[in-house]
Design a protein around this ligand. Structure first.
Ligand code: PEP
Ligand code: MG
Length: 622
C-alpha cells in the first residue's frame, strides 16, 4: 500500500518534473445533494508555513495574474425530500428521461465548448455519460423506486451519494478524486428531474470566481472571456476539474482553504501569478510589486515563446534535439504545442494502472497509434513497461519484495513474463507502421538482457510478418542507462542498440544508493553529484565511440542549470516535461560549446553535488 501510494504521488507530481501547466504562456452555490465529501483533496498550505493576513495559499492549476472582484458561485440546488409516489412506471420513465436529458445536456455543453476542451479531455465527459448508462446504478435506482415507492430524486441522490462516498473512502488518490465526477453527474440528473436550471457560473461583471469545489461541469459551462480567474476552497491536481481547468487561458488556484468562503462578495482579490495564492484586498504597494514581477516574467516568457518553435541550438550554432516526456495520451496536445521535436520517453505504465487486467495487444496498439498520428511525424520513443520497483501493478501476480527497487522490475520483469512483453512489443511495432516509432527498454543491467530483448523483438517481428501485419522493419531499438552496471558496461552495450537514453532519476538512486522517494536521503539523491556525472560522461563517450546517439530523459535533462554541463559532455538529446521546452531552448541561446566543454571538464573533478551546482550557476551568471 505504501509503495502504491508513493507511485501514485510520483505520477501526480509528473515524476518530479514541473507540471505541464506551469509555464503555459500567461494570456493577455443551498445544501448540496447528493451529500458531498468535504475533506480537502490537497492541503491548502505547506504545513508550518506562515502566511500574512489576507493571503490564501493554494495549489496552482493554471498560472497567471488576475485582479478583480470576487464572485461566489453558489450551488443552486433544490432540497431533496423523499416524496411517496403511486405510479412507479411513470416515475421510472421520468427518471429515464432525466438520464437522457442529462446526457443531451453534456453533449450540448461539449459542442458549445468547441476547442476549449481538447479531444482527450472530452473523454472525462464520456466517463460521465457512462455513469448514466451504468446498469448497476440505474437498475438500483429503478428497483428502489418500484420497491420503496419514493420519488426518483430521493432515490437517485441516495444512490449517487453512496457511490461518491465509496470513492471518497478509497486510498488511491486518483480513484478518490472520481467522487467529484459522480457528484457532478448526480447533480446534473437532479437538475433534469427537478427542472432546476443549475448553477450560473458567470458573474454579472468580469470577476474572479470562487467555488466551494470546482467540478468538471463548472469548467465546461464557464465562459473564460468574461471570467478573470478561478479559485476554490478545496481541490487536488488529480481531479478532472483541475485537469480541465489547467487548459483554460485564465489563472486557476485550488485548495485555498475554508477561509475563501468568508471573503465578502465583490471584495477585490488578486491571484498572484508567481506564487499559488489569492490575496484578499491587496494594497497598492502589493499590486504594484506583483505587476512589476509579472512584467519581468512576461518579458522572459515572451523571449522563451519566440524560440519555442525554433531548432534548439547554442549561441555558436551547436544543435541538440529537445524532446518531451509523456506519461499519458492526455499530454499529446501539450506536447504538440510545446516545441519539442519528438517524444523521447513515453512511460507506458499508465496503460497498466487503475484496472483489473493488463491491456491486450489491440487496446495498446490503438493507443500508441493515436499518439503516433497525433504527433504528425515527430518520433515517439515507447519505453516498454517499467513495472515493479516504484511502479507496482496490483493485479499482476508478483510476490512481495523486501526491496522492490532492487527487485523484479523493468526489463528483467518483461523478459520473465513473456506474454506481457510480446503483447506490448507487437502493439508498438504495429504502431510503427503509422509514423516514426522507437522501442526503448528500461532498467537494463546486463548485455544478456539486451540480447534477449532484441531477440524477442525479432521473434515478434516474425510473428507479425506471419500475420501479414505491417510494421517499420527499421524501427530503432534502444536502452535506458539507469543502472550503474549499464553505464559501466556502456561500451559493450552500445554496439547492440541504436541509441541510449540516460534515466538520471534511477541512475542517481542506484549510484548514490539513495531511494528517490525517501525524503530522508534527498540530499544524496542529486544527479549533480560528480559520481553520477561521471557515469553520464562514460555513457556518452561509449555511445559516440560506437556511433550511436544518446539522450537523457531523467528530470536532469530539463534543468537549465545542468544544460551547460550536459552540452559540454556531448549529450545529443534532452527529453523533458513539455512545459520546460521553450525555457530550455532559451537557456541554450546563452551558451557556447567550447565554454560548456570547459565547464564539463571542470565539474567532473569537483567533489560534491553542491559544488557542481554552484559552479554551473556561476557559469550561467547566477
Ligand atoms: C529515470 O529513471 O530517469 C526515468 C526517466 O525513468 P522513470 O522516472 O520513469 O523511472
Ligand atoms: Mg527509471
Amino acid at each position: 500500500e505504501a509503495v502504491f501510494t508513493s507511485i501514485d504521488s510520483l505520477i501526480r507530481d509528473n515524476f518530479g518534473e514541473a507540471v505541464v501547466a506551469a509555464t503555459r504562456p500567461e494570456p493577455a452555490g443551498k445544501a448540496p445533494q447528493p451529500a458531498e465529501p468535504r475533506a480537502p483533496l490537497a492541503p491548502s498550505a505547506p504545513s508550518g508555513e506562515e502566511r500574512p493576513d489576507g493571503e490564501l495559499p493554494g495549489l496552482a492549476i493554471a498560472p497567471g495574474f488576475a485582479l478583480g472582484p470576487l464572485h461566489h458561485v453558489r450551488r443552486n440546488l433544490p432540497e431533496i425530500n423523499p416524496v411517496g409516489i403511486t405510479e412507479t412506471d411513470a416515475e421510472i420513465s421520468r427518471f429515464e428521461k432525466a438520464l437522457s436529458d442529462a446526457e443531451a445536456g453534456i453533449r450540448t455543453s461539449l459542442a458549445s465548448a468547441g476547442d476549449r476542451i481538447s479531444e482527450y479531455d472530452r473523454r472525462i465527459f464520456d466517463a460521465h455519460i457512462s455513469y448514466l448508462h451504468d446498469p448497476e446504478i440505474t437498475e438500483t435506482v429503478e428497483g428502489r423506486i418500484a420497491d420503496e415507492r419514493i420519488c426518483a430524486e430521493a432515490v437517485w441522490s441516495q444512490v449517487v451519494g453512496k457511490l461518491a462516498r465509496t470513492y471518497q473512502a478509497l486510498d488511491d488518490p486518483l480513484l478518490k478524486a472520481r467522487a467529484d465526477d459522480v457528484i457532478d453527474v448526480g447533480q446534473r440528473v437532479l437538475q433534469c428531474l427537478t427542472g432546476n436550471k443549475g448553477t450560473a457560473v458567470d458573474g454579472a461583471e468580469p470577476s474572479v470566481l470562487a467555488f466551494d469545489i470546482l467540478r468538471p461541469s463548472d469548467v465546461l459551462s464557464l465562459d473564460e472571456r468574461t471570467v478573470l480567474g478561478i479559485c476554490a476552497g478545496v481541490g487536488g491536481k488529480t481531479s478532472h476539474a483541475a485537469i480541465l481547468a489547467s487548459a483554460l487561458s485564465i489563472p486557476v488556484v485550488l485548495a485555498v482553504g475554508e477561509a475563501l468562503a468568508d471573503v465578502g462578495e465583490g471584495q477585490q482579490v488578486l491571484r498572484d501569478g508567481a506564487v499559488a495564492r489569492v490575496i484578499v484586498a491587496p494594497d497598492a504597494k502589493t499590486i504594484l510589486a506583483i505587476a512589476r514581477d509579472r512584467k519581468l516574467s512576461q518579458t522572459h516568457v515572451a523571449r522563451a515563446e519566440a524560440v519555442r518553435a525554433l531548432p534548439a541550438e547554442t549561441a555558436d550554432g551547436h544543435k541538440v534535439r529537445v524532446a518531451a516526456n509523456m506519461a499519458s495520451p492526455d499530454e499529446l496536445g501539450a506536447i504538440v504545442g510545446s516545441g519539442a521535436q519528438e517524444v523521447g520517453l513515453l512511460r507506458t505504465e499508465f496503460l497498466f494502472m487503475h484496472r483489473d487486467t493488463a491491456p491486450d495487444e489491440e487496446e495498446q496498439y490503438q493507443i500508441y497509434r493515436t499518439i503516433v498520428s497525433g504527433l504528425k511525424g515527430k518520433a515517439l520513443t515507447v519505453r516498454t513497461a517499467d513495472i515493479g520497483g516504484d511502479k507496482p501493478v496490483p493485479y499482476m501476480d508478483r510476490p512481495p519484495e523486501i526491496n522492490p527497487n532492487l527487485g523484479w522490475r523493468g526489463l528483467r520483469y518483461s523478459l520473465d513474463v513473456a506474454p506481457l512483453f510480446e503483447t506490448q512489443l507487437a502493439a508498438i511495432l504495429r504502431a510503427s507502421a503509422h509514423g516514426p516509432v522507437r522501442i526503448m527498454f528500461p532498467l537494463v543491467s546486463t548485455l544478456d538482457e539486451v540480447k534477449a530483448a532484441r531477440e524477442q523483438v525479432r521473434a515478434t517481428m516474425n510473428g507479425l510478418r506471419a500475420r501479414n501485419i505491417p510494421f517499420d522493419e527499421s524501427v530503432e531499438v534502444g536502452i535506458m542507462i539507469e543502472v550503474p552496471a549499464a553505464a559501466e558496461m556502456a561500451d559493450l552495450l552500445a554496439p547492440e542498440v541504436d541509441f541510449f537514453s540516460i534515466g538520471t532519476n534511477d541512475l542517481t538512486q542506484y549510484v548514490m544508493a539513495a531511494d528517490r522517494a525517501n525524503a530522508k536521503v534527498q540530499n544524496l539523491f542529486d544527479p549533480f553529484n560528480p559520481a553520477v556525472l561521471r557515469m553520464v560522461d562514460r555513457s556518452i563517450r561509449a555511445a559516440h565511440d560506437a556511433g550511436i546517439w544518446i539522450g537523457m530523459c531523467g528530470a536532469m535533462a530539463g534543468d537549465p542549470v545542468a544544460a551547460p554541463i550536459l552540452i559540454g559532455l556531448g549529450l545529443d538529446e534532452f527529453s523533458m516535461t513539455p512545459a520546460g521546452v521553450a525555457e530550455f531552448k532559451l537557456a541554450l541561446k546563452g551558451l557556447t560549446l567550447p565554454d560548456c566543454r570547459g565547464l564539463a571538464g571542470e565539474v567532473l573533478e569537483l567533489t560534491s553535488a553542491k559544488s557542481v551546482r554552484e559552479r554551473s550557476a556561476h557559469f550561467l551568471g547566477g
